[in-house]
Design a protein around this ligand. Structure first.
Ligand code: MG
Length: 352
């Protein structure tokens, strides 16, 4: 038997922590002297105590530690992996939010760099299989938007969501207010949703030097910059949350039977909001899952890179989705960031 002091030293927990874990039934002493109240621990308890100490060091809450400590080694390893994946996902979200706040607070003081503009095109295609097009795609001088409606009223709901955002196109918006306005507008657009119909919404609003992103659901926004393709949205789907938790690999997700199951859609929760710094030469793509579920990222990158204009990019991307069977409605909106004098629209197109 070890005294509490000796045991504490051996397992690197403080006597105070050991008394707390006793009270919480996390680590009971092997024996308590009935007269003095002194706690004694068995050498065989060291392993559990060390595990508790390590789990505390990675920040796991005590209630969860009690569950993990009761598992066999393999199951415990699985739980720790899941816990850590969740911590990383939450940290990433907080990092994004912190970045946004820094951005938001600095934007008031900043003078805008040389005037940039957009060249843009958008189109929505029913695909090869679906009888109706429930997607809506739009590109204008200040707005790119893609919405993927679902349910019996999917088409009017997705069209209403984009129409709500278009009301912002003609307004003078101070840079500091743009995210609030986007959130408010997205919120108003949820009135179009019904009990069994809804929509995704992914849109970029141009502030004159930067792009404000509003995003909910599994439509996507990509940035092609310096030859690299970066996805700047996160899918709000069941499979993406399983990937985040380490329960599913990206490869497994592509064939998961519930891969299209949305966790979030417009109106179910707050959308993601972010400001994006732009550079001349950037090419942005918004698309519905009718593109991204059948055309892999490397192919999207190749087609975006080789297209001379946004219009050509939209046309070839939609052709690629249809060439892969076109199982879903497919929508693309593409915009190039250019010096303002070069900003000419190729096409603004609305399909619902
Ligand atoms: Mg779709």
């Amino acid at each position: 038997m070890l005294t509490i002091g000796a045991f504490a030293k051996a397992c690197r927990l403080s006597p105070k922590a050991l008394r707390l874990y006793d009270e919480l039934d996390l680590l009971r002493p092997a024996k308590v002297d009935p007269d003095t109240g002194y706690r004694y621990y068995a050498v065989g308890q060291l392993e559990r105590a060390r595990l508790v100490a390590w789990l505390r060091r990675i920040g796991m809450p005590l209630a969860r530690i009690r569950e993990v400590a009761a598992l066999d080694a393999e199951a415990a390893a699985g739980e720790i992996r899941t816990y850590w994946a969740r911590v990383e996902a939450e940290t990433a979200q907080r990092r994004d939010l912190a970045g946004f706040l820094v951005d938001h607070l600095s934007s008031a003081a900043r003078t805008d760099p040389p005037v940039l503009g957009l060249r843009y095109a958008a189109h929505s295609d029913p695909g090869r299989v679906r009888p109706e097009n429930q997607d809506t795609a739009y590109a204008g001088t200040r707005l790119l938007a893609v919405a993927d409606g679902f349910g019996p009223e999917g088409a009017p709901v997705s069209s209403a969501a984009v129409a709500a955002l278009r009301s912002l196109e003609t307004r003078e918006i101070p840079a500091g207010d743009v995210l609030n306005l986007l959130e408010e507008t997205a919120h108003n657009a949820t009135e179009a949703a019904t009990a069994d119909s809804g929509t995704t919404l992914t849109a970029l609003l141009w502030t004159g030097s930067r792009l404000a992103l509003v995003h909910i659901g599994d439509s996507r926004a990509y940035l092609l910059r310096d030859g690299g393709l970066f996805r700047i949205t996160e899918d709000h789907t069941l499979v993406q949350s399983l990937i985040d938790e380490g329960r599913l690999t990206v490869e497994e997700a592509s064939s998961h039977p519930q891969r299209t199951l949305l966790l979030k859609a417009l109106g179910t929760t707050l959308p993601d909001l972010r400001l994006h710094d732009t550079r001349p030469g950037d090419r942005y793509l918004l698309c519905s899952d009718g593109l991204s579920s059948v055309v892999p990222d490397h192919r999207i990158r190749a087609l975006l890179t080789s297209a001379a204009t946004p219009e050509e990019a939209v046309r070839t991307l939609i052709a690629a989705a249809n060439g892969a069977g076109g199982p879903d409605n497919v929508s693309c909106a593409v915009a190039d960031v250019v010096e303002a004098t070069d900003a000419v629209a190729d096409a603004g197109d609305l399909a619902g």
